[in-house]
Design a protein around this ligand. Sequence first.
Ligand code: ATP
Ligand code: MN
Length: 462
Amino acid sequence: MIAELLKGDCSDLLGKKVNVKGWVRTRRGNKNIAFIALNDGSIIHNIQIVVDVATFNNDDLLKRITTGACISVNGLLVESAGKGQAYEIQADDIIIYGEADPEKYPLQKKGHSLEFLREIAHLRPRTNTFGAVLRIRHALSFAIHKYFNDNGFYYLHTPIITGSDCEGAGAMFRVTTLDLDNIPRKKDGSVDFSKDFFGKETNLTVSGQLEAELGAMSLSNVYTFGPTFRAENSNTARHLSEFWMIEPEMAFFEINDNMDLAEDFLKYLVSYILEKCIDDLEFLQKMYDKKLLERLNFVVENQFERLTYTKAIEILEMSGEKFEFPVSWGVDLQSEHERYLVEKHFHKPVILTDYPKDIKAFYMKLNDDDKTVRALDVLFPKIGEIIGGSQREEDYNKLSKRIEEMSIDPNDVWWYLETRKFGTAPHSGFGLGFERLMLFITGMGNIRDVIPFPRAPMNAEF
Ligand code: ATP
Ligand code: MN
């Protein structure tokens, strides 16, 4: 791997034969000498391959080594005389695995637009930008599992196909094997789902939370980390139809414990990437976001501001700011409001709590005022809401009442309600959108550029 040669000290290999394999970024040179920049995706940097044209004595092969071609190189690792790299390889022999026709290979020049790269998502991982994004994505996934594992949480796999449509987080994608040209119907004309694969209506999950709560009521601390799906027609730079979500759920946690965990978790993840992926971050900073490292360090170093929704509304009303959506107590906050609080008022991440019950889900714990629930949202610079969570209602009667008020069919959630009937306990949890965190950490502007193969309205290629 090229990373092993370019990361840290490899002086023990100096003067020895090495082999590298990868894709050619560029080939330049003259009659006497050729320089090939080779990249295998293990690290952002290329290794320089130097070919002495006369001794190599194979012009035909050299000509076929063009941008995008895949090659294997045997040669001597030496200190580089040129600037920009410590080591280079003097090639003895080269095998071409696959050529890339210069007339046709789409990644010829540098500096393609991100929009264009989305159209060639099958090749864009070969660019510096997507190499960096995908390596960070990997490191972040790993850090999430590491954090929870080190802190006594168990990874719970919640189902992707769900039979309940009251997860309450957005419009769902139907899962069916019914013949669309010949739909079975009941006498009243409605679709007869008893003939469908599962004998009932099923959808792709929008959240693993309800099942994660079942896990917390037995294993104490659990988390899910899996794909979730929303069939909302929101064509924004912050929404995907398929995205990954991290949802920890903890028995015996009240709202303050939940906030402490959310803050500690986010700071851990950002520090982890600052430590492990600094080369990739520096590249992204240079190319896309001059303030990236400053912002990341800022989140790690500052205490998040905590206040209630009610207090936040007061601040917004007093701000004198002209918002597109006017604010008053009871409205759901838009990202313009969230960003005002974070970027203009507090200048640090903010955790809002105690939202009006009418704009939050049925399972959130009701406060004594009977008007607000123990919800929490974590708001970040540039992103707005990055985490949504709450302390859950553990009281059977109160929860049943909320379910009734919100016209949810209790038969759909009988199993969920039973946790409140048998050995109920205070508990809390939250959901972190993985790609929202990726946006924050990479400084990229569009959520479609932080997932390998984005799914969005009218877009399911690759
Ligand atoms: P928003 O108001 O931004 O649409 P939401 O209120 O629908 O978010 P939740 O249902 O609370 O979000 O989902 C939990 C987390 O999942 C959010 O805090 C966010 O980080 C992320 N998230 C929600 N919807 C999407 C989406 N369509 N694409 C990517 N991430 C999302
Ligand atoms: Mn939403």
